[in-house]
Design a protein around this ligand. Sequence first.
Ligand code: GLU
Length: 299
Amino acid sequence: MVVGRFAPSPSGRMHLGNVFTALIAWLSVRSQQGRMLLRIEDLDPDRSKPQYIDALRRDLQWLGLDWDEEMPLQSQRSDIYDCYFHRLPVYPCFCTRNELHSASAPHAADGSFLYAGTCRGLSAEEIATQVRKPSWRVALNEGCVSFTDRVYGMIREDPSKSCGDFILRRADGVYAYQLAVVCDDALGGVTEVVRGRDLLSSTARQIWLYRALGFPTPEFCHVPLLVAPDGRRLSKREKDLDLEHLQQHYTAEDLIGKLAYSIGLTENSSPISPRELIPLFRWDRIPNQDISIMEQFHV
Ligand code: GLU
C-alpha cells in the first residue's frame, strides 16, 4: 500500500508553495488508494511556533486535503532519534561557525558548507580538553548514492564529496532535520516522499542514512517550486501569498483550480475541489521547471 505524508514546518502560515506541494502529495496518495500521514516538523525550537501547529491542521482541512493519521510531533520524539543516532558512526565536532566557513566553499545546491573533516580524527585526549559543547557529525564513507526521482530522473551524488560529514545533532542537543526526517518517514512506513525540489539536494544524504540504519528507502518525488515571474523563489516572507491573506480573497476551490491549471491537470483555472481532481491527476504532468505563478494571484 502506498503511504505518503505531509511534513510541514510550523514556522508560519501555509504558503502557496506549501499548498502546491501538499496538493500533489495528496493527489498522488489518493489516486493510488493509499494512506496519508500528517507529520508536523517542529524540530527546530527557534523557528517553530505552537500557534502555527493548529493553523497547519486547519489550513489543510480548509483546503480539503485530509489525512488518515497524524504522527506525534518531532519535539516529542527525541528518545527515538537518540536510539538511531547511537547506531551511527558519529563523532563530536568543535568547529565554530567561522572556522567552518573560512575552511570551505558553500555546497553549490543548498548553500551548506563542505565539511573538511577537521574533527574526524580527534583523539580521546583531544576531545577531553575541549571546552565548547560539540555538535555531532556522521562519518561518511566514500561512494555514490544513486536514485531515480519521479520528476527529476536519475541523480548520482557522493555525499562525502558534496557536503562531507554532516551534522546529526546540534550543540544545543536538537537533532538535525536529516536524521529526524529519515527516522520519522521510515517508522511511519512512508513509501513515497513528495516535497519541493529545494530538498532534492538533501536526498542523497538521507538515502545514505536510510541504508546505514537498515531502513527500506522510499521513492522520492520532488516537485518544482513556485516562483515569481522574475524566477525568484516565493517564500514565507511573502505574506500576501500565505493562507491567512489568500483566504480573504479566494475559496479553497479557487486556489486549487489555479494550481491545477498551472500544471496542466485542467483546461482552465475554474474552481475545483481536490477530490474532483483525483481522476485527472497524472505524475507525467508535473514539470521539472519551476512554475511562475504570480500573475494568477492578483490580491
Ligand atoms: N518540513 C519541510 C518543509 O516544510 C519539508 C521536509 C520534507 O518534506 O522532507 O519545507
